[in-house]
Design a protein around this ligand. Structure first.
Ligand SMILES: [Cu+2]
Length: 539
């Protein structure tokens, strides 16, 4: 791991708050990073207009905490869930309820808990009016069916079953739909749920884990509300990613949370279609990042600012020991308040947080293995991956199962006018090795499945698939993936004959969507279709 833990950069400051805390001895000799690390000229860049968040004018309401999904059955070794994608409505704003979709919930979804080592059985039920898929973003499961990408549709009124054994360290992962090219619209309707993986190692550490009290998921999204408080995806459609001016946190507009513990663990998830979040608290209160997408960081990192790109997760611990009942601490993105933390009496917890969290042994790479090059290019409709648009029937690359390979992910947008493209791989967790040859950011030394790539940058990652299958990899600005900035790789077992996979095709999906909407295929509109049509390319 030593080669991954290279030198930290120069963005180190000890804030005044930290000096105060230092006197109390609780932050002795810690570095606190005070910037977002990403390239500032790329912030908010967006062909066709960036939509800034607006400060909400509605009354503060309690932050919704997604209920825990109730297993159909559970033992130490085995768990069964039924996950139902359903139509519903939610009271998001005063007045009319907003029509929404959710997983076992009105909007978003119940939080699913899985244990490392468990045999997992999930019944996927679709009670939506159209086909969907159930994609397990960040889970080490095999593609293309269990993983729930575009090849695994569940049709309306139908259900299917998946079974897998989970071998994965504790992490905050998530579930969202992935039916190409309508992923973005289905997420916009409300489909997204936290999936928390637990393991014995994480359970042995002194960290908050009382769900809903001192350990909460925080799903960061944004929406635009139209007449009668309704969503209108097509009206808001933008090939560079749909945005809205209203922050929606766990499906709550203008939330507050009652803090009743000294430390609070926030499992942050950027569940937005396009928006990156630049997070900081009132008075630059420092916080501690303990985990990224794939679980614990090797060492806790203290920050005052944190940027997460689409689909990324960060688990942070906020310590309110310097505050008193009646105080309020606000979480912001840029200048927009997101959550008001109302401080109540709490019991002091004198035991410090662990600083070393996890030993990570990077897999070794055979020097003879070529470095895989992946290029994300374009903006708007022109987005491509390796100069091509996604084709469900085309397998773009192969990698032997169990073999670690370096992948160089390049974003060819230029530095002044390009976007940060969040690059995601299905079915595995990778390590970030370098950014343009320099050390990764200090808070990305743990396993990840999504990494923001700055314009003009090449990010080297170390990738290994532990299961055979077909895995999608793509930009996670969801309109970019729908628009074709996506490809797929086959991981194969070298000791066995390569299997033939039955892959979904656009014609089958288009016919199904059209039939479900009661329209001819010629009238079918789905988000990504314009991106192919405008480039004169066949979907
Ligand atoms: Cu992108």
């Amino acid at each position: 791991m030593a080669n991954l833990k290279t030198n930290v950069n120069s963005n180190i400051l000890i804030s005044d708050t930290m000096n105060l805390d230092r006197k109390r001895g609780s932050y002795m000799d810690k570095q606190v990073y005070t910037d977002y690390f990403f390239d500032e000229p790329a912030f908010n860049t967006h062909d066709g207009g960036y939509v800034a968040l607006e400060t909400p004018t509605t009354q503060q309401t309690p932050l919704a905490i997604p209920a825990l999904a109730v297993p159909d059955s559970e033992t130490v070794h085995e768990v069964s869930y039924t996950i139902t994608a359903q139509e519903s409505s939610a009271q998001l704003l005063p007045g009319k309820r907003t029509k929404t979709w959710g997983y076992n919930a009105d909007i978003l979804g119940r939080t699913i808990i899985l244990q490392d080592g468990q045999d997992v059985h999930i019944t996927l039920k679709n009670q939506l009016p159209e086909l969907t898929t159930f994609h397990w973003h960040g889970l080490n499961v095999s593609g293309p069916i269990i993983d729930g990408g575009c090849h695994a549709p569940v049709y309306p009124g139908k259900s299917s079953k998946i079974d897998f054994t989970l071998h994965q360290q504790a992490a905050t992962t998530w579930l969202h739909p992935h039916p190409c090219p309508s992923t973005a619209e289905q997420v916009w309707h409300g489909l997204a749920a936290a999936v928390i993986v637990k393991d014995k190692h994480e359970a042995s550490l002194h960290l908050p884990r009382n769900y809903g009290v001192d350990d909460i998921p925080v799903v960061l999204q944004d929406r635009r509300f139209h007449e009668d408080n309704q969503l209108n995806y097509r009206a808001d459609y933008d090939p560079d990613g749909v945005q809205g001016p209203t922050a929606l946190i766990n499906g709550t507009v203008n939330p507050y949370f009652d803090v009743t513990s000294q430390r609070l663990r926030l499992r942050l998830l950027d569940g937005a279609n396009r928006r990156e979040w630049r997070l900081h608290f009132s008075n630059d209160l420092p916080f501690t990042q303990i985990a990224g997408d794939g679980g614990l960081l090797p060492d806790a990192v203290d920050l005052t600012h944190l940027m997460i790109t689409c689909a990324e997760r960060a688990e942070i611990i906020v310590d309110f020991s310097q505050y008193h009942a009646g105080d309020e601490v606000v979480l912001y993105s840029d200048d927009t308040p997101l959550i008001h933390f109302r401080i109540h009496d709490f019991k002091a917890d004198p035991e410090p947080l662990p600083t070393h969290l996890l030993d990570i042994q990077a897999p070794t790479v055979d020097p003879a293995t070529p470095i895989r090059k992946v290029v994300m290019s374009g903006m708007d409709e022109s987005v491509m991956l390796d100069g091509k648009k996604f084709d469900m029937q085309r397998i773009d690359a192969e990698q032997p199962m169990g073999q670690a390979q370096y992948w160089d992910i390049t974003n060819t947008n230029d530095m002044t006018g390009g976007m940060v493209h969040p690059f995601h791989i299905h079915g595995t967790q990778f390590l970030v090795i370098s950014r343009n040859g320099h050390a990764p950011y200090p808070n990305e030394h743990g396993y990840k499945d999504t990494v923001g790539v700055n314009p003009g940058e090449t990010v080297r990652i170390l990738v290994r698939f532990d299961l055979p299958g077909i895995y999608m990899y793509h930009c996670h600005i969801i309109e970019h993936e729908d628009g074709g900035m996506m490809a797929q790789i086959e991981s194969y077992d070298t000791s066995k004959p390569q299997p033939t996979y039955k892959l979904m095709d656009m014609e089958t999906l288009s016919k199904a969507f059209a039939a479900e909407r009661g329209i001819p295929v010629s009238e079918l509109w789905m988000a990504g279709m314009d991106s192919y049509a405008k480039m004169g390319m066949k979907m």
